[in-house]
Ligand binder design. Sequence first.
Ligand code: MEV
Length: 364
Amino acid sequence: MVQASAPGKCILFGEHAVVYGQPAVAVAIDQRMSVELSLSNDWRIDGMSFHPDRHPHVEALKQRLWDLGPALSIKISGNIPPASGLGSSAALSVAASAALRCARGRQMVDDDWAEGWTAARPGSIYDGPWTSSKGDSVVNGADCVDEDECAILAHAVEAYAQGGRASPLDSSACAHGGCIVLSDKIEDNLNWIYTRSLNGVSWHVHSVDLSNIDDVWLVIGSTGIHAPTSEQVQKVANLIKEQPGKMREIETIGIVSRRGIAALMSGDMESVGRAMSENHLLLRSLGVSCPELEVLISAAAPSSLGVKLTGAGGGGCMIALTRNPKMTSEAIELAGGRTLISKLASDGMKIDNDDKAPLWDPYE
Ligand code: MEV
C-alpha cells in the first residue's frame, strides 16, 4: 500500500483578484486529504467502480502518471469539507499526484531526473503529452516524490476543472504547506520558488516563513452551502464584462493584499486582521458573498482581529483571525455555522506510507 496526504488551504488575501494577476496569500491548514493506493483486479474508488467523469481530477492524473499501469484500488479520506473553499480538490490532486509518483518511481539519469514535471524545465504540462528520456537508474518510494511536481500537476488539473481559469494559489499552498504568496513580480523580500503561467497570466510563487507567529489562530466557519469554484469565477468574469469599472475592486484587492503581506512579514497581526476585513468588503462588492456568510462574519467579528470569506465564496466558508479561538468558534456555531480551528501555517504534502512501493515498474 502507498499512502500520501496534503493539507487544505485558507486564502488570507486576494481570492478572485489573483485570477487576474493580483497578489494573494494562502496558508495551509491542519485539515488534510489522504489518498491510499493498492493493486486491485479492477479500478475502484472507495470500493465502488471508478467512473472517470465522477472523478475528473483523479482521471487526469491517472492519464499523466499511470497510463498503461495496472488497476488500482484508491481510497480517499480526509476532514476537509468538499466545495467549501478550503482547497479539498487541490489537496486531493496533490495527494493523488504524490501517491501515484511514489507508486511508480522515477527514472533518473546521472542523479538527475530523466522524466517528470518541474517549473525548472517548462514544458507542455497543462494539456500536452509529457516526454521522457531513457535513464540509467530508478528511484522509488518517498525519495522520488517532489512538491514542485505535485503542485504543477495539481494546477494543471484544477485549471482543466475550472475551464482554464485557475491560479496556482491552491495547488502551491496544498503542496508546499506553510504560507504561499503569489505576485505579479518577483518580490525581493520573499523567498521566490517558481513562476507559473497560464492563458497569458503569470504568477511568481513565493513562500513566507510564519514560524515566528504564535498566539493567533484561524477559526473557519462553514455555511454548509456547496459553491463550486468554477461558477463563482465565471460570475466575477461576467460582472467585469458587464461592468468594466469593477476592475477597480480587483486592483484595490491587490493593494490590500500587499498591505496584508507587509503586516504578516512584520508580525503585526492587528494590521493583518484589518486588511482581511477590508478585503472582505471588496469581495462583497464583487458579488461573491451571500447572506449566510455575512451572518457568520458578523458573529465572529467582535472576538476577532479580522474576518472575511475565504476561497471562491457564494457559500462555502469564512475565516476569522483570532487570539480567542474558543470564543470565536462558539460565536460562529451559535449563529448556525460549523467550525474548524487551525494554526496559521501547517505542513505540506507527505508520503505517509511507502512500504510496498513501487506498485508498478513502468521502466522495465
Ligand atoms: C479559489 O480557492 C480561489 C479563486 O481565486 C480561484 C483561483 O485562484 O483559481 C477564487
